[in-house]
Write a protein that binds this ligand. Structure first.
Ligand code: HEC
Ligand code: HEC
Ligand code: HEC
Ligand code: HEC
Ligand code: HEC
Ligand code: HEC
Length: 366
């Protein structure tokens, strides 16, 4: 026997002795200790509860990951594309992800690489028009929830090619900063206090959980990322994220609205309502369910009486294209004016005025 063979024999006996007890089925599974922080019976991180919330989130349920999976879509719509984008700074637009998965735990965190739930991406973000977005951990959200286009490329006398034409569904970061919508020449645009305050960010408002019991459903706050939902079949808005700045923020009883009155009667219906109701009134001047909106009643309208897009080849003048661009920008922001009241109201009032010279815009915020 050579020295090497003797050593190997010794090692094989040693490993046998060491391994045998651990493969005996009567022994408990020797799960590496590090895993228990997340996968144990009493984990350090509340992974199971957070998963319950996440399962209700649009990230999990809206299901566009398989569809929006080429060009540059995969960089925002798929887990794999986002991980690639963070690593390389861009995605390969000629490729697609062969087995795409929806945005999930491993998109925003890298728990198996880091052993914790630090965020995969926190650096500041440059929006499509070059403006910097830098709001603490909200930068993670902003890296996907931003306009993909600029009015200078889209808004001119032209036809409207498709129903999905516009800034692209999620321009929340641009809205929050008050930038990158169509600003009518000769008008001044301002911003709400939210735009400059770093803690007024996506995470504070959308993810803060209330501190009491019996307060919410898994589909509101935390990893549902939603602010509005239902608790025991009653509409509920989560004020927990507002309270650090608006100590008296409440919900309007029985309605999915924040009780924050607008500074003026923007929609001109004779009463000063909450910001969200004034916004609703402004939307309805452009498109509504009765078919009386300006974009439904003009010559060759782009929307029918039911609010459905009409795919016509009409060459519209710039005012119509601009009004529609802004309508979509504000509507698809989804916050009904909360992200940035001043900017949202100004955009809609100017768009309405461009289509209806008789509209009273004397209450326009300065
Ligand atoms: C910092 C937290 C964390 C640690 C530590 C951790 N995991 Fe995980 N693990 C997760 C999360 C989060 C998921 C996804 C859970 C979900 O989808 O709900 C996961 C999922 C898994 C899965 C399912 C496969 C998959 O890709 O979804 C396996 C298997 C797994 N972990 C094994 C381990 C093992 C083995 C260890 C230790 C070596 C470990 N994990 C350590 C957080 C952790
Ligand atoms: C910069 C990131 C980003 C890119 C790139 C992107 N999207 Fe999106 N997309 C979003 C976000 C964010 C939402 C969700 C917005 C919301 O619900 O407020 C969304 C929503 C959608 C929706 C759902 C619309 C609805 O109303 O239900 C579709 C469909 C979609 N995107 C398709 C695409 C396609 C196709 C591409 C590529 C041509 C693409 N997206 C590229 C970020 C992106
Ligand atoms: C869209 C992005 C996103 C997704 C998807 C996501 N998270 Fe998070 N998660 C966050 C953000 C942002 C925070 C930080 C919240 C804060 O600091 O207030 C966070 C915080 C956490 C924390 C708290 C960390 C701590 O130290 O207290 C845990 C635990 C966690 N996430 C687990 C999960 C699990 C499990 C999943 C999947 C079921 C998941 N996350 C999916 C964005 C995400
Ligand atoms: C990797 C890109 C990405 C990141 C990061 C991200 N989102 Fe999203 N988010 C999306 C996309 C894409 C959708 C739409 C999913 C679909 O249509 O399949 C979406 C949907 C949503 C929705 C549901 C919208 C609806 O119409 O129901 C909310 C709310 C939301 N995101 C908030 C956030 C917040 C808050 C953060 C930061 C904590 C965040 N997102 C981080 C890409 C992202
Ligand atoms: C000042 C608090 C606040 C901040 C900051 C904030 N949001 Fe919102 N957001 C809201 C409120 C309130 C709504 C309206 C919720 C409702 O009524 O459905 C909303 C709506 C949304 C929606 C539409 C939800 C839906 O169900 O259609 C998305 C997506 C969203 N916000 C993402 C973001 C992102 C991304 C950021 C950061 C760039 C952000 N928000 C910053 C308060 C905030
Ligand atoms: C980091 C601090 C901060 C947070 C968090 C915050 N806000 Fe604000 N918000 C302000 C300040 C400051 C103002 C300007 C003073 C005022 O109007 O109260 C403001 C103004 C507003 C306005 C504009 C009113 C107008 O007419 O211009 C609305 C609407 C609003 N907040 C709603 C909310 C809601 C709803 C939440 C929670 C979902 C929230 N805010 C979270 C700081 C914050």
């Amino acid at each position: 026997m050579t020295a090497i063979e003797r050593l190997c024999g010794f090692l094989s006996i040693l490993t046998g002795v060491l391994l045998l007890p651990s493969i005996s089925l009567s022994q408990p599974v020797a799960f590496p200790k590090g895993c228990l922080d997340c996968h144990g019976s009493e984990p350090k991180y509340p992974v199971r509860g957070i998963r319950t919330q996440y399962l209700t989130s649009g990230h999990r349920t809206l299901g566009n990951a398989s569809y929006a999976n080429s060009d540059d879509c995969q960089g925002c719509h798929t887990n794999e594309g986002f991980v690639e984008r963070v690593k390389k700074g861009k995605v390969d637009t000629k490729k697609f992800v062969s087995n795409p998965s929806e945005i999930g735990c491993f998109t925003c965190h890298a728990p198996h690489d880091t052993g914790n739930f630090s965020l995969r991406r926190v650096a500041d973000v440059t929006l499509a028009n070059g403006v910097a977005f830098d709001k603490e951990k909200g930068n993670l959200c902003a890296s996907c929830h931003q306009a993909r286009r600029m009015p200078k490329d889209e808004v001119r006398a032209r036809n409207i090619p498709t129903d999905s034409w516009g800034a692209h569904h999620g321009p929340q970061s641009d809205m929050l900063l008050g930038t990158n919508a169509y600003e009518f020449p000769g008008k001044k645009y301002s911003k709400s206090a939210h735009s400059a305050l770093p803690p007024a960010n996506c995470i504070t408002c959308h993810m803060t959980l209330p501190s009491g019991r019996y307060s919410l459903a898994p589909a509101i706050g935390g990893h549902s990322f939603r602010i509005e939902g239902e608790v025991h079949e009653e509409p509920k808005v989560n004020t927990a994220g507002c309270l650090s700045c608006h100590a008296d923020m409440k919900q309007v009883a029985g309605k999915p609205l924040f009780d924050k009155k607008a500074a003026a009667d923007y929609d001109g219906d004779g009463k000063i309502e909450t910001v969200q109701e004034e916004m609703q009134g402004l939307y309805e001047r452009l498109i509504n369910n009765q078919g009386t909106g300006l974009l439904q009643t003009m010559k060759d309208p782009p929307y029918d009486a039911k609010g459905k897009f009409i795919n016509n080849k009409t060459q519209y003048p710039i005012e119509v294209v601009a009004a529609l661009y802004n309508y979509k920008f504000v509507k698809e922001d989804g916050s009904k004016g909360i992200h940035n009241t001043a900017y949202a109201v100004q955009l809609l009032m100017d768009s309405i005025k461009a289509l209806d010279k008789n509209f009273d815009d004397s209450k326009r915020p300065q």
